[in-house]
Design a protein. Structure first.
Length: 330
């Protein structure tokens, strides 16, 4: 980078001092994470609730076949740490929602979109405004991607552009697919915006919407602005910062659930493992405790307080096991 025209040592210093968060470590998040890591953004938080599946690997380039069955954030951090040992990773295996978004995004400088739903993007958008953190939006499906950079107080927001567009269940990546090359193109643009923001330059997608059609290799740009009628950024919308200790369970694939507390914390995994040792078969790693129950269920508890629970049929069962493991320690 330092050999580049218009790129100074100070710019590199700024990048190394920038703390980014990638929300969603899937098709868009993977190539974005590889670039951010290789370039050397100092601290990278990764948020994703899912586990790695074989079908992910052709486009989710941060994983390899040995990661199948592992929480994505843990596998991504481990693989990326090999790429650049100087970076501090903060993996959070959790589903981002209205009541935890502020906690999850707080303390970062730039939010990068690796999501696949409008619903989650609305949550990020609101939190980005509340926290005054720029949000680099990207969405990709089939051969088409949309991108823009939203800066609170300076540009419009995601809701200004997208209105109240809802997720169309017939037009998801699972239904119509998404081409891996498009994901790399879009992710590269996202990271380019992040570099501009980190080095104090004007992002090229500030007040602009970029569309990519990788089928015809067409790149279009549209001027966009702030909507006076935007219900999100034109009024002061206070987010309901959650104090509740509610636990949510999200189904990942059949018989697998992510169970997360509304407020993330820092668990003492060694202590938990010690207390559980009597009654369960357990394995402790640096970032998680794996608990195997005699009845066949497997629980991977992360230090953030989130857990992946395999071998249960319902969200209620997942929450019951989660409480069982944690109440042994209270
Ligand atoms: Zn708005």
């Amino acid at each position: 980078m330092l050999a580049l025209r218009n790129f100074s040592e100070d710019d590199m210093e700024s990048i190394m001092n920038t703390n980014v968060v990638v929300v969603g470590a899937g098709g868009l998040g993977s190539p974005a994470l590889r670039l951010l890591t290789a370039i050397g953004f100092g601290k990278i938080r990764i948020i994703d609730r899912d586990i790695v599946e074989l079908s992910n690997i052709q486009r989710q380039t941060v994983y390899n076949t040995q990661d199948i069955g592992e929480p994505k954030v843990e596998a991504a951090s481990a693989n990326l740490q090999l790429l650049n040992p100087d970076i501090e990773f903060d993996p959070l295996c959790i589903s981002i929602q209205e009541d935890n978004a502020i906690d999850l995004l707080k303390g970062t400088d730039i939010i990068l979109d690796g999501l696949d739903s409008f619903k989650a993007r609305r949550v990020i958008n609101r939190a980005s405004l509340d926290l005054d953190i720029p949000y680099i939006f990207a969405g990709a499906v089939e051969y088409y991607a949309n991108l823009s950079t939203f800066i609170p107080g300076k540009t419009g927001c995601f809701a200004c552009v997208m209105g109240d567009a809802k997720d169309n269940p017939d037009n998801t990546c699972a239904q119509v697919g998404v081409t891996p090359t498009l994901l790399s193109l879009a992710a590269a643009v996202e990271v380019n915006e992040a570099i501009l923001l980190a080095t104090g330059q004007k992002p090229t997608l500030e007040n602009r919407l970029m569309t990519i059609d990788s089928g015809t290799l067409t790149f279009d740009f549209f001027d966009i602005g702030k909507s006076d009628e935007c219900p999100v950024c034109s009024k002061t919308v206070q987010s309901k910062a959650a104090e509740a200790n509610d636990i949510t369970a999200t189904q990942l694939c059949s018989q697998s659930f992510n169970v997360s507390p509304a407020k993330i914390g820092k668990l003492n995994l060694n202590e938990i493992a010690q207390n559980l040792n009597q009654s369960y078969s357990i394995k402790i790693t640096e970032r998680s405790v794996l608990v195997n129950l005699a009845s066949g269920e497997k629980i991977t508890l992360m230090s953030s307080g989130s857990a992946i629970i395999k071998g249960v049929d319902t969200a209620e069962d997942a929450i019951r096991l989660y409480n069982l493991i944690l109440s042994k320690n209270s």
